[in-house]
Design a protein around this ligand. Structure first.
Ligand code: NOJ
Ligand code: CA
Length: 703
């Protein structure tokens, strides 16, 4: 499956020595990282094509107790090497991924404590990563991190696309502002979600996308977040210096480590072309190769589900009344009266199975199938949900048989409501139940404050839990799509059964409050850098009052743009999130969702600017069809595309799903026009996306 061509080569010439230390360059020579120890402190800086990306910035860690790993260092030795391999992801945007970098490993010693620490840099053509490594040693075995102090000094007041720092939610709209404006805009930025844990008036989350006045795109994030706390960035807005700010545990500590170990990678992606930010594989490449020998059971998934009826339609996950006056564990469901608004029932689920089978979907998600939802916000959180007992109106045996008979699978749902102890206690039995009935994927969720109380969604302890859930699932050949879990950092390379995460503001917010029209032009630059998102696109009814008279929401997108998201928001797991009744009204447009693949051999980003537009083209896995998608913000977008990615000499037919000339995301979102056109590699297509609009194109060879 994974035939890697690995050519580790030792560079004979070594690195170049400068006043600061040593310079290590990317294979193409454009990215340069300068590292050294100055006055006892590790210092690095970075340039792209001679332009400053990171000004001299210090590195180090503060430990609990009276010592730290901040200063008093001397540079003992350095090792330089080159690495070049091409690997094949189990699923992905492209069939092959090249992992080519030059590496500098710096061995540091802190003579006053007799401790050793290494810092490893990998320099790619599109950026660099570095991490701290703590080799086995006598004077540093178990240690507690008080704070990591990795600095990223910016060379100006860049424009940034950011969300507020928060230990428990990422479900924010992005704000575009200068770095100097973050403090002033923080209150507004937070109001797009009820923040649970604000830690600083200038704290932001990663992945953070920036643009400099001299045309560089810079992105800060992390890769391979394992057994460590998730990193935020705190900005010194006077000097424009970001510094790492880790998520604390319930005691306020930021990490419990045992040497030998290492931190996650801190990543700095850079280019003078926004499209390179989107096609970069730097974060995947900094993760370890696939940990599983057999990956044949991991399959991309296109699904529908019993979901939007609750999220947008006001129906219930629960079977009976919402807040029981009896303790949930003593509630006898067979004796309680249903409230009649429970879509996870036999008849309705069969309807979705029929719809999925008719239109070629792989799976049907059913939320609200299991007992416990009466109390899911946590009055008796430790007892809620066993992930095994269906409600009386959900016949798990019959429904899985029925699905199987139609060539469809049901998708499992585990809402943990943040009660980790409860989830881990039931996990093995819950996965066994899935195996028994033939489920092979689970959407899990972590809504609400964590139990154990005081732990945060992005702390080390929870990060270990999310990975535990994924690895245990693999033992049962189960794929995981975790909502509200920590933002991805490329771990899907190592554990490809992690086929999705939410971990950002998804389509559900369109029904609660609406997302900014620019949202989907930012997410691929930020959230998607670490891995795919279960964004749940495909909403065709934008006026939420028509879905639920009590709704305050509006879907801030045209219908054509909803189609485009299947291409622009890369994911091997894609939902068609609206309800069958709505799709039945727009079957001509729905055809695109039926056709669009969820796995690809090739991907090209044709046009892109964060906050404004993204146009992507992708080639179907194992096929000759291409799909193009454009998402735009308030101002719309005029595309001028040359289809030179097509096979020269081949003739194709393009089906273009475009905004009608009078379409507008607010006033006329359902106005679209479908047209057909013969195209080839020389065809130039000029297309217009309406405000908050977009377009989608399927291109199939004419034989
Ligand atoms: C929030 C998730 O994002 C949503 O998809 C899910 O339906 C609810 N939690 C309930 O688990
Ligand atoms: Ca969510």
């Amino acid at each position: 499956m994974h035939i890697n061509r690995i050519f580790p080569v030792l560079l004979l010439s070594g690195a170049v020595f400068t006043a600061n230390g040593e310079v290590i360059k990317s294979p193409d020579g454009k990215v340069a990282v300068d590292f050294g120890v100055k006055d006892g402190r590790p210092v690095y800086s970075m340039t792209f094509d001679g332009k400053t990306v990171i000004k001299p910035s210090t590195l180090g860690l503060e430990l609990a107790g009276d010592t730290d790993l901040m200063d008093g260092f001397c540079l003992k030795d350095t090792e330089v090497s080159e690495f070049d391999e091409t690997w094949q992801p189990v699923w992905g945007e492209t069939r092959d991924i090249r992992n080519h970098y030059n590496e500098l490993l710096a061995h540091l010693e802190q003579p006053s404590t007799g401790r050793f620490m290494d810092i490893r840099f990998r320099v790619y053509d599109d950026g660099a990563g570095f991490r701290y490594e703590f080799p086995q040693q006598n004077n540093l075995t178990y240690f507690v991190i008080k704070e990591e102090h990795s600095q990223f000094a910016m060379d100006g007041d860049h424009t940034a696309w950011w969300i507020a720092g928060d230990y428990d939610t990422q479900e924010y709209d992005y704000t575009e502002s200068k770095l100097s404006e973050i403090r002033g805009k923080m209150a507004d930025a937070i109001s797009s979600n009820a923040s649970q844990t604000q830690f600083s008036p200038t704290g932001v989350q990663t992945s953070l996308q920036m643009k400099t006045d001299n045309g560089l795109y810079i992105n800060l994030h992390e890769a391979a977040l394992v057994d460590y706390s998730c990193m935020h960035l705190n900005l010194d807005d006077k000097n424009k210096v970001f510094e790492s700010w880790l998520t604390p545990d319930a005691q306020g500590n930021k990490g419990h480590l045992q040497a030998p170990t290492h931190s996650p990678w801190r990543t700095v992606m850079v280019s003078d072309d926004a499209r390179d930010m989107l096609s970069s594989n730097l974060i995947l490449n900094l993760n370890d190769p696939c940990a599983y020998e057999d990956t044949s059971w991991i399959k991309p998934v296109k699904y529908v589900g019993v979901w939007w009826e609750m999220i947008g339609g006001g129906k219930q996950w629960s079977y009976t009344y919402d807040l029981p006056s009896v303790k949930l564990e003593t509630l006898d469901y067979s004796k309680t009266k249903p409230h009649g608004q429970h879509p996870a029932n036999n008849e309705n689920v069969k309807k979705y199975i029929d719809f999925a089978a008719e239109h070629g979907f792989d799976q049907v998600l059913v939320e609200g199938w299991n007992i416990g939802w009466e109390d899911w916000f946590g009055k008796s959180k430790d007892y809620v949900f066993d992930f095994q007992t269906p409600y009386p109106d959900f016949d798990i045996d019959m429904l899985n048989d029925y699905a199987r008979s139609k060539g469809v699978k049901l998708m499992m749902h585990h809402e943990t409501s943040g009660s980790i102890r409860n989830y881990e206690r039931h996990m093995e039995a819950a996965y066994n139940l899935m195996n028994k009935y033939g489920y092979n994927s689970v959407k899990s969720g972590y809504v609400g404050n964590m139990i154990p109380r005081g732990e945060h969604h992005y702390g080390q302890w929870l990060n270990n839990h999310y990975l535990y859930a994924v690895k245990e699932a693999a033992k049962h050949k189960i794929m995981v799509n975790a909502h509200e879990a920590v933002r991805p950092t490329g771990l899907c390379r190592t554990y490809p059964n992690l086929i999705g995460n939410e971990s950002a503001r998804g389509t559900e917010y369109e029904s609660f409050a609406g997302n900014k029209p620019s949202h989907t032009t930012v997410l691929p630059f930020t959230r998607l850098q670490g891995g795919p998102m279960d964004y749940t696109p495909g909403i065709f009814e934008m006026d939420m009052k028509k879905v639920n008279p009590d709704s305050q929401g509006h879907v801030n997108s045209t219908l054509a743009r909803q189609l485009a998201l299947y291409v622009t928001m890369y994911s091997p797991l894609q939902m068609a999130a609206d309800v069958p009744e709505v799709y039945n009204r727009f079957m001509d447009a729905f055809q695109f969702i039926k056709d669009v693949p969820v796995d690809w051999d090739d991907s090209r980003y044709l046009e892109a600017e964060p906050g404004q537009y993204i146009v992507a083209a992708r080639k179907a896995k194992g096929g000759d069809d291409w799909y193009v998608g454009c998402t735009s913000a308030e101002n719309g977008h005029e595309s001028d595309l040359v289809l030179d990615f097509l096979d020269p000499g081949k003739k194709y037919e393009a089906t273009i799903y475009a905004d009608a000339p009078d379409a507008h995301y607010l006033t006329n979102p359902q106005a679209y026009k479908i047209s057909k056109k013969k195209v080839n590699a020389k065809t130039r297509l000029k297309l217009k996306a309406a405000p908050g609009g977009g377009f989608a194109i399927s291109i199939k060879p004419l034989d």
